[in-house]
Design a protein. Sequence first.
Length: 593
Amino acid sequence: MTDTFDSTDAVRSGSPLRHLQTVVFDAPFKMRLGGELPGVVCAYETYGSLNGDASNAVLVCHAISGDSHVARHDPDDEPGWWDTLVGPGKAIDTDTHFVICANVLGGCRGSTGPGSIDPKTHKPYGPGFPDVSVEDMVDVQAKLLDHLGVKKLAGVIGGSLGGHQAMVWATRFPDRVAACCALATSTRLTSQALAFDVVARNAIQTDPDFHAGQYYDKPTKPNTGLAIARMLGHITYLSSKGMAERFDIDRHEPRQLDTDFESKFSVGSYLAHQGQRFVGRFDANSYVTLSMAMDLIDLGQTHDQRVERFSPATCRWLVLSFSSDWLFLPSQSREVVAALTARDQAVTYAELRTQSGHDGFLIDSDVQRFGPLVRATIGPDPEVDPSEGAQAQALSLIDRRIVELIKPGESVLDLGCGGGRLLSALRERSAGRLCGVEVKERSIVATAQRGLPVLDYDLNKGLPEFSDDSFDVVVLSATLQAIDHIDTLFDEMLRVGKRCVVSFANFAYRELRDMYAKQGRSPKAKGEYSYDWYDTPNRRFPSIADVQDLLTAKGATIHQGIYLNTHEGKIISDDHDPNLNADTAVLVISREG
């Protein structure tokens, strides 16, 4: 059985955490959902050193099954649950950052939780532990930061329940967060996700050895129920295709385990293995408590509610989803992004195409892919390729013309932004709010590394995340040819932008006409049109006249047309038939005259 899809959390054990630290907060702690704790113990680990002005701290928030041990402290240490992301020279670089990871309130690895002693009864709280909210978890973490002398975080990051904590940090303590990375998460759970948690809790609470939650002094504990809850959880963390790739090839060759669970199939032995390992390091009551906290999170059901909840935030954002995640859907991440863009907040969004499912944020190969986005968001500085020199000098003739059409201070949305070179040049000219839209992962990373916000959106679906007139200028440069429904996209551009700039290659250009008429060959142009006819992503091969006709039919006004012969580096005037003599057009359009 291959371990290709094993998450970094799956190798964890219940061994003592050698670098664990604790702090006791003696003051009574009031819970958001009612109830009160007489005091709170917070268990945590730190990596790296806090700098002189305490400006380099990064808080890492863990998911349900995680704890404070996010990474190894040294080669002899036990594995952490995010070793691929956190460490010297890694995306969250402990050579430059002071990294903090705390076991959440309600957990079972050192922080106050159901297994802690209730001073009133001198017994474990068990099921009497007050209901915990994500806000409570964050409030305890805030006390920890005060204890450590950290007034403001360079970044806060987490996936799943950790992502919920990160978003609550950004909205509950906006003055204390410079950057927020929310991975594989949502503003609230779907009913389907809730249903799985309900079944998991029922498996635990109906275990004959649950003893109404007071099993701590009993010879038997609800290990079967907890293992089944973990097995169920693992099913939701993987994707259908990922499971097929992993288990179908040897489905009748299960791992040989000493287990009471069914292990006839390879997938069965895998789940039994994970369930049994989990029982060795986790507490059943904590699982009930933490899963309930996640189920109760609610940062807005409607778009307007989400906009209101996220409005206090002032930080940079990275929102990340995984294409095969059916527990926290990519559409839920886009809802977060839509709420942020509605408030003009700087956000980068990427949907990683992967078969890893929800566990993608813990799969080594996927972590290596999104690591550069995390580094670019948290900093300290964007990684711009120094070989490019001045951005304006690196631009093509066409893009230089586009830059000249945009006034300093204007906000710009660049559709099909590539690696962000045009946006970077605009930033050098003191442009206003800037945002790119791109679907190529490599280009998204390159744009983010320039310190620019970029959204992973399919332009064929329009621009529903953006409100009317939300940008001064919308740019569509060398992208028109790849759009399925360019007429619909034009409508969306004219709605979102007060003014639009469109550039495209002209397929009525003299040389391209000759290729077809004289050579009997499909025309090919430089750049985005250089593909062979049988292997091209392009859908459209328009002429200047074609595009002008479409814009006229849509009631758009063409304010300016710049027609270029890029081969000769000159402008073709209206008197010299641009539709024949220009290979590229740049049009400035709007819905108003």
